[in-house]
Design a binder for this molecule. Structure first.
Ligand SMILES: *Cc1c(COP(=O)(O)O)cnc(C)c1O
Length: 357
C-alpha cells in the first residue's frame, strides 16, 4: 500500500514508524547519539538522526514533499532566507509573523536585502512587485490579521518571473493547505504550534517539492542546517512526532470550536470586529477601549490563558501589540484567540464574562 493512497488522517498516524519486524518498537527510536558507526546512512548527528528522519517522513508526506526539521520556526525562516544572496530583492507581506518581519527589517537596514513590502491579499499589486525579484514570502492565513493570499495565482506568477516562493504554512497546517501542490517552492513551519500541538517544545521545519528544482533547494537548506549548526534536539523532535499523531483530531475539534465562537462573537455587544477566514482555529477580535480595553479582557479570563504562541490543545489569547516588534498594521485593540479543544460552552462562558467586564 503506497502512502499516497492514504488519507491525511491516516498518514499523520501511520508514517514515520519503524520498519515492521518482530520485536521492533511501534514508535520511532529516540536516539541520543552524537556519532554513528561508519558506513551507515548517517555519520554524525549534526547531519541527521533517526528521530529527525521519522518526523521528516511524516511531515513530508503530509505536505507532499521532503521535510527538514530545524531547531525552531525562526531557524527554518532563516534557512529559507539563506536561499538568496546579499543584495537580493525580496517581496514580503507588510503583515506577517513579527519575527519574520523583524528579520526582513534588519536585512533591509543592513543592506542585505532590498525589501518590497506588499499586501499579499492584493494579488495584482503583489504580481507587479515580483518583476525582477529573487524571493517572495507568503504567510497565509497571516498572523494575526488572518489575511489570505491567492497562492495558486501568486505561485504561478513567481514561477513565471523565476522568483523563489516561500509560504509559511503554520496557521493552515498541511491538513488544510498544501502550498507545494499550489506551486510554491518552499514551505516553512513553526512546528511549535499546531503540528506538535501541546505548547511543550520549540521546533521548525521546511518542506520542498519532489522535483529537480525542489531537490536543489532542499540540498541548500540541508547545507545551511548542517553548517549553521543550530539543530533540533532529538527529544523535541520525538515529542513533536508524538503530538503530530493527533493533529487531525485536534484540528477538527479546535476548528469546530473556532467556527462556533467566531459566529457567537460576531453578535457580541462588546466585540467590534471579528476576523475568521472560515477555516483553522485562530480568531482575531477587536474590542472597544483600545489597548487598555483589550488588556482588561485578556486579564479577566480564567480558562483562556493570556500568553503568547498558539496552536496548543489549550485555549490562549493575546493582545499582540503588547510586543514592540508587532507591526503597527495590527490594531492596538486586537486580541488573537488560539482556540483549543476544550468544551466550547466552557470557552464561551469564560470569554463572554471577560468581555462583559
Ligand atoms: C510562531 C511562528 C513562527 C516562529 O516559530 P518559532 O517556532 O517560535 O521559532 C513563524 N511563523 C509563524 C506564522 C508563527 O506563528
Amino acid at each position: 500500500m503506497s502512502h499516497e493512497d492514504l488519507s491525511p488522517a491516516t498518514r499523520v498516524v501511520a508514517l514515520g514508524r519503524q520498519h515492521r519486524m518482530p520485536g521492533a518498537g511501534v514508535n520511532a527510536p529516540l536516539e541520543f547519539s552524537s556519532t554513528y558507526v561508519a558506513d551507515g546512512p548517517v555519520n554524525y548527528a549534526r547531519g541527521g538522526n533517526p528521530t529527525w528522519s521519522a518526523f521528516e517522513e511524516a511531515l513530508g508526506s503530509l505536505e507532499g514533499g521532503d521535510a527538514l526539521v530545524f531547531a525552531s520556526g525562526m531557524a527554518a525562516v532563516a534557512a529559507a532566507f539563506s536561499l538568496v544572496d546579499h543584495g537580493a530583492v525580496v517581496v514580503a507581506p507588510r503583515s506577517a509573523y513579527s519575527g519574520t518581519v523583524a528579520t526582513l527589517l534588519n536585512a533591509e537596514r543592513d543592506g542585505r536585502f532590498e525589501v518590497r513590502w506588499v499586501d499579499t491579499a492584493d494579488t495584482a499589486a503583489t504580481i507587479v512587485a515580483l518583476q525582477g525579484a529573487d524571493l517572495v514570502w507568503f504567510e497565509s492565513p497571516s498572523n494575526p490579521l488572518l489575511e489570505v493570499a491567492d497562492l495558486p495565482a501568486l505561485a504561478a506568477a513567481a514561477r513565471a518571473h523565476d522568483v523563489i516562493s516561500v509560504c509559511d504554512n503554520t496557521f493552515a497546517t498541511p491538513l488544510v493547505q498544501q502550498p507545494l501542490a499550489l506551486g510554491v517552492d518552499v514551505v516553512v513551519h513553526s512546528v511549535t504550534k499546531y503540528l506538535s500541538g501541546h505548547s511543550d517544545l520549540i521546533l521548525g521545519a521546511t518542506v520542498t517539492g519532489q522535483t529537480e528544482r525542489g531537490a536543489a533547494l532542499r540540498e541548500r537548506l540541508a547545507h545551511h542546517r548542517l553548517l549553521g549548526g543550530a539543530i533540533a534536539g532529538p527529544m523535541e523532535t520525538w515529542l513533536a512526532l508524538r503530538g503530530l499523531r493527533t493533529l487531525h483530531v485536534r484540528l477538527e475539534r479546535a476548528t469546530a470550536n473556532a467556527r462556533e465562537l467566531a459566529s457567537r462573537l460576531s453578535t457580541h455587544p462588546a466585540v467590534d470586529t471579528v476576523r475568521y477566514p472560515g477555516f483553522g482555529a485562530i480568531v482575531s477580535i477587536e474590542v472597544p477601549g483600545g489597548a487598555d480595553g483589550a488588556e482588561r479582557v485578556a486579564a479577566a479570563t480564567e480558562l483562556w490563558t493570556h500568553s503568547t504562541s498558539l496552536g496548543g490543545v489549550e485555549s490562549q489569547l493575546e493582545r499582540r501589540r503588547r510586543h514592540a516588534a508587532e507591526p503597527t498594521s495590527v490594531p492596538d485593540q486586537l486580541l488573537r484567540l488560539s482556540v483549543g479543544i476544550e468544551d466550547v460552552d466552557d470557552l464561551w462562558a469564560d470569554l463572554d464574562r471577560a468581555l462583559r467586564g
